[in-house]
Write a protein that binds this ligand. Structure first.
Ligand code: HEM
Length: 472
């Protein structure tokens, strides 16, 4: 036999090479060492929550811890003229002058321990918001100076953690709890929120609602992780699993919608808008032209991210957007085409909110975004997956519809509320003042980062809708 006939022809060589390349790519999905969630400080059981309460800071930082523990009793909102608030003016001045007299404490010893860094971020960012918002309102056009005793260490620990030097979702929700029963593991029933600006149950319930959504998201993180680790996405068993998991995902998103809806009886909109939200405001809350905060002793302080906390910083919600491939930045040509309002909205909001997440969680999201095969592309190519995929997207679109109604009830409606609606509450005079100051020249209702709220939320909802395969 002529051995030459046994050798492949040039044509066959070409196909052999292509198929070898394809199988290498497929295998690379199988053998690629994906980093596990634990590498990103994401726990198998508690997700983005640390599995245990954060430890308190060592004695060298006792002045910070003590000031935080005392702040609730000593301080009131600077713009609040009610009798109980005015009664705290003297203690507030003492508290703030103590902060001004503090030395700048070196944070380097904390760098050996991630949990201590997180605790330092929590303590200092709460102190900054207490300091800023308990002070008498600043004169128009003058930036507010945050003293170096807070600003310098907060910026230092934030750089180590890779996150914004301001109060964030992590400081108010992910890290702000203790165990009810220390002998039992963390669960939504076994967690108690510790630091509260207003001291109200409404505030506690507000954090607990976001925490419930985070907890419900843990199963979703497992689904995403399992999807990213399926060795071969072309066989029947894998496709059936993906279809089933998309069904589970729709159920989880519906549950998160129910959780968001559950704030209605638990959080009074007046308490939220007038007693709590003012403490959250960041440097840019009054819009781009208003003077912001100055971090004393920090070079280029005007370039810091200082917008304040938002559930828009919840990594669970970002993971969902990434997994389903929601295009908030309008980079893809998708249908229905963006409305004029969608085009005018702040498309960078969600991406900016990632800078407020702990850096490791942001890296985790980047690792999800770098998945070799997006589930949207897979569903596009696989008829059996189109419907389950679209159902999950539709569930997320409904979540955003419902969330818009909540934001409208708690913010837009409240911004127009009259003091009388608070039911004869003694803070009426302060509300009058607040209401008129907020109505005067502040333009549209603003969310975190001074963005136009309704444009922003509608744009997010519409971007989600454009993710549907059936319209594309
Ligand atoms: C009383 C309850 C709530 C109110 C008043 C509210 C209000 C807002 C507002 C005003 C924004 C715009 C950005 C900002 O200013 O922060 C926002 C964004 C956002 N909120 Fe909420 N929120 C509430 C509860 C929740 C909960 C429980 C979640 C659950 C995860 C959530 C998830 C989000 C997300 C993901 C965004 C980013 C925008 C988007 O994805 O559409 N919110 N929220």
């Amino acid at each position: 036999m002529n051995v030459v006939h046994l050798l492949p022809s040039p044509h066959q060589y070409f196909f052999l090479a292509v198929s070898l390349l394809q199988s290498t790519i497929a295998n690379s999905r199988r053998t690629d060492k994906r980093r596990s969630p634990v590498d990103f400080d994401v726990d198998v059981d508690t997700g983005f929550f640390p599995p245990h309460p954060l430890p308190h800071l060592p004695p060298a930082y006792a002045i910070w811890e003590t000031a935080l523990a005392e702040a609730g009793n000593m301080l009131s909102l600077g713009e609040d003229d009610s009798d109980p608030a005015v009664a705290k003016r003297i203690s507030g001045q003492i508290w703030r002058s103590q902060v001004l007299s503090w030395p700048v404490i070196d944070t380097e010893p904390l760098q050996v321990n991630l949990r201590l860094l997180q605790r330092a971020h929590l303590v200092l960012s709460w102190l900054v918001h207490y300091y800023v918002h308990s002070a008498p309102p600043a004169a128009d056009g003058v930036p507010f100076t945050v003293p170096e005793s807070l600003a310098i260490p907060l910026v230092a620990v934030s750089r180590c953690l890779g996150m914004a030097p301001v109060l964030t979702f992590a400081d108010t929700v992910l890290w702000n709890w203790d165990l009810v029963d220390g002998s039992l593991p963390l669960s939504i029933e076994n967690m108690r929120f510790v630091n509260l600006f207003s001291g109200t149950e409404d505030e506690r319930n507000f954090y607990a609602t976001s925490a419930k959504a985070e907890f419900r998201g843990i199963e979703m993180l497992r689904i995403i992780d399992e999807y990213n680790n399926i060795p071969n996405l072309s066989d029947f068993t894998s496709i059936s699993k993906v279809a089933r998991d998309l069904g589970r995902l729709s159920g989880i998103i519906n549950d998160i919608s129910d959780i968001i809806q559950s704030v209605r009886p638990l959080v009074d909109p007046h308490v939220f808008y007038w007693d709590l939200r003012p403490w959250f405001e960041g440097s840019d809350a009054k819009g781009p032209s208003a003077p912001g905060w100055l971090y004393e002793g920090v070079p280029d302080s005007e370039n810091l991210d200082l917008s304040g906390p938002s559930a828009g910083q919840s990594s669970v919600m970002h993971a969902l957007d990434i997994f389903l491939d929601v295009d908030h930045k309008l980079r893809q040509r998708r249908y229905p085409a963006p409305s004029d309002g969608n085009k005018r909205a702040d498309h960078g909001f969600m991406e900016r909110m990632r800078r407020y997440m702990p850096g490791k969680h942001r890296d985790y999201l980047s690792s999800l975004a770098a998945t070799p095969c997006s589930i949207r592309e897979l569903a596009q190519q696989t008829p059996a997956l189109r419907e389950p995929y679209d159902n999950a997207v539709m569930a997320l679109k409904k979540l955003r519809d419902l969330h818009m109604r909540i934001a409208c009830r708690y913010i837009v409606t409240m911004s127009r509320s009259t003091p009388g609606a608070h039911g004869g509450c003694p803070v009426a005079s302060m509300m009058d003042r607040l209401q008129s100051s907020r109505a005067a020249g502040n333009g549209p209702i603003r969310g975190t980062g001074g963005n136009e709220l309704s444009l922003l939320l509608k744009a997010g909802r519409d971007a989600t809708r454009r993710t549907l395969l059936k319209d594309n």
